[in-house]
Design a protein around this ligand. Structure first.
Ligand code: SF4
Length: 258
């Protein structure tokens, strides 16, 4: 399946249950998913082998596009609630991510000082101290943790290279609790075996990892749209709510988006 790619640097705004009126920023190519993971549920589709040099928008282009959209919305009296870094892959892959966050804070403060800045990241590049510093500056630092075991992490997120779940957890711990964890729950199978991060053993192991990471909040999701792996299915609201109850019992605030 092809998946859906954002065709511009700035997209939306979309009305989001968790973020309100959310203006998206895509730091990745518009014709290509560029990510360190290849999640079986990724709405951008499967990662493709690069056949040409990956072209990212420059920091200057991003600044100008964001500024012009913010000015337009200000002039039209159409406020936004969040400037949200998401898009066609992993935003922290952009080599100027740190500077782009500084620019965004400046633009937000100028045009919509009440809006929050949100970054959705898979946490794979958090070994870089500068990226940690940038993520600590944003209002909503939302990082992915879908699995409680190595096998499930590899099956669901399919990270590039040799990245292990324990490394990701170590990266998440570097925020000293100043983060929101988001987790997507899924059931089904791939060509080799079953996939289920909702089983009691998986959920228990995942909650143990949450206890190490100590997030401010945990967001739980099912799949919502077409997925590249077509043998996975949406987890029902009852299952998600039961998992959320366990997370709350462990002492963490939850939000369920079913
Ligand atoms: S981390 Fe996000 S962009 Fe990357 S493959 Fe997973 S869902 Fe897609």
């Amino acid at each position: 399946m092809g998946g859906f790619l954002f065709d511009d640097i700035i997209f939306g705004p979309v009305k989001s249950r968790r973020l309100g009126v959310s203006l998206g920023v895509n730091l990745l190519p518009t014709d290509y998913k560029f990510c360190t993971f290849d999640c079986i549920y990724c709405e951008c589709g499967w990662s493709q082998k690069a056949t040409k040099k990956i072209k990212l928008p420059t920091r200057g282009e991003i600044y100008n596009r964001l500024q012009s959209v913010l000015i337009q919305r200000k002039n039209d009296s159409q406020p936004i609630d969040s400037i949200t870094f998401a898009g066609n892959g992993e935003p922290t892959l952009h080599p100027d991510f740190v500077g782009i966050i500084d620019d965004t804070i400046q633009l937000r403060n100028t045009y919509f000082p009440n809006a929050v800045i949100t970054v959705l990241s898979n946490a794979s590049l958090i070994h870089n101290q500068k990226i940690i510093g940038a993520l600590l500056k944003v209002d909503k630092n939302i990082l992915k943790l879908d699995a409680g075991s190595e096998g499930t992490f590899q099956k669901i997120n399919q990270p590039n290279g040799n990245l292990k779940l324990a490394q990701v957890v170590d990266y998440l711990k570097k925020f000293n609790g100043k983060l929101i964890v988001q987790a997507l729950f899924v059931q089904g199978f791939n060509q080799h075996s079953g996939i289920d991060n909702t089983s009691s053993s998986e959920v228990e192991a995942w909650i143990e990892l949450l206890k190490e990471v100590k997030p401010q909040c945990v967001m739980l999701y099912p799949i919502e749209r077409e997925t590249p792996e077509n043998s996975i299915r949406k987890v029902d609201a009852l299952t998600l709510n039961k998992i959320a109850e366990q997370v709350e019992k462990a002492g963490f605030k939850t939000e369920v988006f079913s």
